[in-house]
Design a protein around this ligand. Structure first.
Ligand code: 6GU
Length: 418
């Protein structure tokens, strides 16, 4: 049986876009049967009245249940038995549950099995509440009240267009490329989509990221995942609740990812007035792929990676052994000791839990190595970082100065026992 959608509205012309584009083509190809009905066809008075004043008073008008009952009995034919699969009465309303991709998938499932969706578009202050109550009590009708967002429209018609488009594109055979449904925002992985680019390679001085033209499909997939996670963290941090950060030891093959991440995050911890040239020079000198390969081979160092939804978002590097700086060596109260040498998380993920997970794992690893204490240097003006370290049990031991490029900088030295 063909999937069937009925829309009932006092403005059937509002639904004209259902003839167009992807939904229009799906209808022409017989993949879905859509009928739009004028609610007033089921009125019986001379004025074709569909509404009346609300019981209990208040502004606006409420749509009459008797008219809606006639209309919905006719389009749903409940108990008629001609339609073996599910029937859904869908009521767009700002008071409904948030309409999501998951609901679109469920509704597409009903249609794909030969079911029916009847969409009741209310106007004014909505439809008399007994209408949903009545059909909800009917055993083979499922009532769903959905809202398309936290704002108010004049009626359900635009929301009906939204819901129908979201559902019809999921029906088998409607989209040419099934992978595009899996890869898009709000797809199965619950992340927003990565940015996309096409020709030309340079437009108004803006370049397509070099990596996308490298042909290295592994690195491209990593890059896209990182950008998707970053964008989701920035724009929709609520979606990341489904993707708690995990931490693992870095392996030989992670040197490239580490160098990229180090270059991207180094500037986060630099003083705000440090020049681009000084930062770039430091990255070229100290955060190269070769350096990280060396670090990963060094028995005295351990590097940990934080991942969110399969993207590497932060790292730490710790070093077991005596501090090189004699002043720090003198100040550190326990032996042997460890230095927390690098601790970076991508800016967009600073409040995602990744940093705390990294810190917990770093301290746990230091304890496993039998180290009684750990120290770190943090830029004296980096209040955010110092607050974070204090929260994780570090306290100030003293200060030190060092050079980045042409500048003298001063660090706080912090320490905690393990
Ligand atoms: Cl589904 N209907 C109306 N009238 N307003 C809305 C809505 C629906 N979703 C958000 N605002």
């Amino acid at each position: 049986m063909t999937a069937r959608i009925d829309v009932v509205s006092i403005f059937p012309d509002y639904l004209a876009p259902l003839d167009l584009s992807l939904v229009g083509k799906a209808r022409q190809r017989g993949l879905v049967d859509i009928a739009v009905h004028d609610l007033r066809a089921w009125t019986s008075d001379r004025h074709r009245t569909v509404d009346d004043t609300p019981f209990g008073g208040g502004a606006g008008m409420v749509m009459r249940p008797d008219v809606w009952g006639q209309a919905l009995d006719a389009v749903l034919d409940p108990g008629g038995g001609a339609r073996p699969s599910g029937r859904v009465l869908l009521v767009p309303t700002p008071a409904g549950e948030p309409f999501t991709q998951r609901i679109a998938e469920e509704l597409a499932g009903v249609l794909a099995d030969g079911g029916q969706i009847a969409v009741a578009c209310g106007r004014y202050e909505g439809i008399d509440s007994r209408v949903t109550e009545h059909y909800a009590a009917h055993q083979d009708v499922q009532v769903r009240e959905v809202s398309i967002g936290d704002y108010v429209l004049n009626g359900g018609e635009v929301a009906a267009l939204v819901v129908i488009e979201a559902v019809v594109r999921l029906l088998p055979g409607v989209l040419g490329n099934a992978a595009s449904v899996v890869e898009e925002s709000h797809g199965a992985d619950g992340l927003l989509e990565h940015p996309s680019y096409t020709q030309p390679p340079v437009w108004r001085g803006l370049e397509v990221p070099e990596i996308l033209r490298s042909g290295d499909h592994g690195r491209i997939a990593d890059w896209r995942r990182e950008r998707a996670v970053e964008r989701t963290a920035r724009v929709r941090p609520d979606l990341l609740a489904a993707h708690p950060a995990t931490v693992r030891a870095a392996r030989k093959g992670d040197a490239e990812v580490l160098a990229d991440l180090a270059a991207a995050t180094f500037r986060l911890a630099c003083p705000p007035d440090m020049s681009e040239e000084d930062m770039a020079a430091y990255v070229r000198e100290h955060l190269t792929l070769e350096r990280f390969r060396g670090y990963l081979r060094d028995k005295h160092r351990w590097l940990l990676l934080a991942e969110v939804a399969g993207a590497v978002v932060g790292y730490t590097m710790s070093i077991a052994g005596e501090p090189v700086d004699p002043e720090i060596a003198a100040a550190v109260p326990t032996r042997p000791t460890a230095e927390l040498s690098k601790f970076y998380v991508r800016a967009a993920l600073h409040r995602s839990g990744a940093a705390s997970a990294l810190m917990d794992a770093t301290l746990a690893t230091a304890r496993e190595r039998g180290l009684p204490g750990i120290w770190l240097g943090v830029h004296g003006q980096n209040e955010r970082a110092k607050r974070f370290y204090r929260k994780h049990g570090f306290a100030r031991l003293g200060g030190r100065t060092f050079t980045v490029g042409s500048r003298r900088e001063s660090d706080d030295v912090m320490y905690r026992t393990l």
